[in-house]
Design a protein around this ligand. Structure first.
Ligand code: SIN
Length: 291
C-alpha cells in the first residue's frame, strides 16, 4: 500500500449539480484499486473532480490516466509534450489566436468512441481569469419536460470534427474525409451512474439525423441554451498545481479566455472511452467515418 491510499479521501460537493473538491490523495503516486473505484464513483456523481497542490511529471500524469483506461492521442492538437504524444500541452500567450475549448463541449465527441474523461494539470496561470466552467448533462436532461425527454430519446446527432479542426490547428489535413465524424444518440446512458445524459454540444454537433435542417437547427439552439444555464454549472479557478478530472460522458466544459495577453499553460491527458449507449436501448449504429 502506498502513501496515497493511506490518507483519508475527502470528496466535498461544490454546487448541487456539478463539481467536487477532493483531498487526501497524492496523484503522482500509484493508486490502489479501491482508490480508483472511489474516484470513478465520485466522478460519476459530481461530473468533475478538483484536486489542489499536486505535482506530476508527464510520466506520472500518464500513469494516473492509465488507472482509468488506455490513453487517447488527439487527432489534431499541434502542441504535444516532447516524447509523450498522449500529453497535450494547453498553452496560450500574447501570440495566441485561438485557445482549446473556448465554447461548451465534451472532448472529441466526433470520435466513434469519445474519450471517457480528461485529466488536466495546470502549471502556469494568468494573474486573474482563465477559469473553466463545467456543466452536468444529466441535470440538464432531467430539467426538460417528460414529452421533450421522450422525443429526444429517439434521436441521433452528427458530431463533426471538421467544424472544429479545419483550418484551426497545424498538422490537420484539409481533406474533408480525414476529419473524424460520427453519429451518437442524443440521449445516452452513463455507464456508472445509470443516469440519462444529453449528448449534444455546441462545437461538434452539426445536426440531428432524423430532422429537417431548420427543425434540427432550432432544436439544437434550444438544447444549447439549456446546457448553458448557470444552475447546472460550476466554475473552477485554477492555481499552479491544480488538477481537474472531468467525465466527458456526463459533463461539458468551457475554457474562458478572459486573460489575453497573459500566459496560461497546462498538461492534459485524455482517457479513451466506448461508443455512447442509447437511452432507448441497444447501441446505436455508428457512422464510423473517422479516418
Ligand atoms: C480543454 O477543453 O481541454 C481546455 C480546458 C481548459 O483549458 O481549461
Amino acid at each position: 500500500m502506498n502513501m496515497s491510499t493511506r490518507k483519508q479521501l475527502e470528496i466535498t460537493r461544490v454546487t448541487p449539480h456539478c463539481g467536487a473538491r477532493v483531498a487526501g490523495v497524492d496523484l503522482s503516486q500509484p493508486l490502489d484499486g479501491s482508490m480508483v473505484e472511489k474516484l470513478l464513483e465520485g466522478l460519476a456523481e459530481h461530473c468533475v473532480l478538483f484536486f489542489e497542490e499536486q505535482a506530476m511529471t508527464p510520466v506520472q500524469q500518464k500513469a494516473l490516466g492509465e488507472h482509468f483506461g488506455s490513453l487517447h492521442v488527439h487527432p489534431a492538437w499541434p502542441r504535444l509534450v516532447d516524447g509523450h504524444p498522449e500529453v497535450m500541452e494547453i498553452y496560450s500567450d500574447e501570440t495566441t489566436t485561438r485557445i482549446a475549448g473556448e465554447d461548451w463541449h465534451s472532448d472529441v465527441s466526433c470520435d466513434p468512441e469519445p474519450p471517457m474523461g480528461t485529466i488536466l494539470q495546470m502549471l502556469e496561470v494568468p494573474p486573474a481569469g482563465g477559469d473553466t466552467l463545467f456543466a452536468n448533462m444529466s441535470a440538464v436532461f432531467e430539467s426538460l419536460s417528460p414529452s421533450m425527454q421522450q422525443f429526444l430519446e429517439g434521436l441521433n446527432a452528427v458530431h463533426d470534427g471538421e467544424l472544429v479542426y479545419r483550418d484551426r490547428y497545424d498538422g490537420m489535413s484539409d481533406e474533408p474525409q480525414t476529419y473524424p465524424r460520427s453519429e451518437h444518440p442524443v440521449v445516452c446512458v452513463h455507464p456508472v451512474s445509470g443516469r440519462k445524459v444529453l449528448f449534444v454540444n455546441r462545437i461538434f454537433t452539426s445536426r440531428i439525423v432524423e430532422l429537417g435542417e431548420t427543425e434540427s437547427d432550432a432544436l439544437l439552439r434550444l438544447l444549447f441554451q439549456r446546457i448553458e444555464q448557470p444552475e447546472f454549472q460550476c466554475r473552477y479557478q485554477w492555481r499552479p498545481g491544480s488538477v481537474v478530472f472531468w467525465d466527458n460522458r456526463c459533463a461539458q466544459h468551457h475554457a474562458l479566455w478572459d486573460y489575453y495577453p497573459h500566459r496560461r499553460r497546462g498538461h492534459r491527458v485524455t482517457i479513451r472511452g466506448q461508443a455512447p449507449v442509447s437511452a432507448c436501448g441497444g447501441q446505436q449504429q455508428l457512422d464510423n467515418n473517422s479516418q
